[in-house]
Ligand binder design. Structure first.
Ligand code: HEC
Ligand code: HEC
Length: 288
């Protein structure tokens, strides 16, 4: 009898481990060299804010990485995402790329740390991610070995299997928005622009509190202000769109801190239509 219970227990643990560690299914894909796809991809890489983290000023502002991101858990080194074969993503398949960006999984089947905002990017369409990948693959390869993260010994990336599961349980499925402009703004803000990664508060495990989306958060020494309807009651849609272009608030103060890089590398380079769509979303009073 005992052995039956034991076997059942082992099977249960095995099934649970399988669920936690299995590789997510992604379709079969190929990178494109089509000019339109590369152009779209370049725009999406800008709107995704990839540059803010992966830029390397020491190598001609290429995306060869090397920036050290300080966090409560240790220092993360941003990797090289140019198509260099040995130090970048040169030998990645399109499936590898989709698995990394939308599922936070590396080419060995291991897990990335959420210092890389893959949870926000999980809301992107595969097609958008593929276009980004095609664009990155078209760039000049730049060799730069960015080295290991500097983390305490007790932190292993496999722990992110459980963390992802907890984060899935905490997450709330957003309400479908029917206005196409507001929906575009939501896609840009929630997923591509990952505004919530800094502006939504987190619990003690670092998981975003879904019920306080854009409620403001403390990151290290600095504070990302709330950008919900309450906080923006004095901002018009045009104020918000203008802010995304120049970084100037309605009181004529310029924004500082980590937001400067968001404006410089991301929102100021978007089309006017996309900035307006984001503004419409942040000022949207319907259910979201
Ligand atoms: C907030 C900073 C940040 C932003 C924004 C960001 N990344 Fe990253 N990225 C990282 C970090 C840190 C890692 C390493 C994570 C790890 O090792 O666990 C990473 C890893 C990656 C990897 C895996 C590279 C490898 O060698 O394994 C790819 C590919 C990647 N990012 C692409 C992108 C793209 C494309 C975007 C924009 C859509 C983007 N990143 C935006 C910080 C960022
Ligand atoms: C890397 C972290 C980070 C990301 C990503 C980010 N922000 Fe910010 N944001 C900040 C910080 C920090 C501040 C406060 C800066 C300061 O103290 O001047 C800020 C300030 C702001 C403000 C000014 C609010 C006020 O009342 O003064 C707005 C509006 C804003 N961000 C909107 C956005 C939007 C929209 C996005 C997504 C496209 C975004 N932010 C993404 C960190 C971030």
């Amino acid at each position: 009898m005992k052995s039956v219970v034991l076997v059942a227990l082992i099977a249960l643990v095995g099934a649970f481990a399988f669920l936690l560690f299995r590789l997510p299914f992604v379709g079969s894909y190929q990178f494109s060299e089509d000019t339109a796809a590369l152009q779209r991809g370049g725009y999406l890489v800008t709107a995704g804010g990839c540059v803010s983290c992966h830029i390397n000023p020491d190598q001609g502002n290429s995306l060869s990485g090397g920036m050290a991101l300080e966090s409560d858990f240790g220092v993360f080194r941003v990797p090289n995402i140019t198509p260099d074969i040995s130090t970048g993503i040169g030998n990645w398949s399109a499936e590898d790329f989709v698995r990394a960006i939308r599922h936070g999984r590396n080419t060995d089947g291991g897990f990335y740390f959420p210092a890389f905002p893959y949870r926000a990017y999980s809301g992107l369409s595969d097609q958008d991610v593929l276009d980004m990948g095609s664009y990155l693959m078209s760039l000049e390869p730049v060799a730069n070995d960015t080295g290991e993260h500097d983390l305490p010994l007790w932190i292993g990336n496999w722990m992110m299997a459980g963390w992802n599961l907890l984060a899935d349980l905490e997450a709330e499925k957003p309400v479908a928005i029917t206005d196409p402009v507001v929906a575009r703004g939501a896609y840009l803000a929630r997923y591509l622009g990952h505004c919530g990664e800094c502006h939504t508060p987190r619990n003690s495990l670092g998981i975003l509190s879904a019920d306080q989306e854009f409620g403001g958060a403390t990151i290290g020494e600095s504070h990302a202000d709330p950008i919900n309807l309450d906080a923006l009651h004095n901002w018009s849609v045009d104020d918000f769109a203008f802010f995304l272009f120049l970084g100037m608030k309605p009181d004529e103060e310029y924004v500082g801190g980590a937001m400067e890089s968001v404006i410089a590398h991301n929102t100021s380079r978007l089309t006017e239509d996309d900035r307006l769509a984001m503004a419409r979303f942040f000022k949207f009073e319907g259910p979201r």
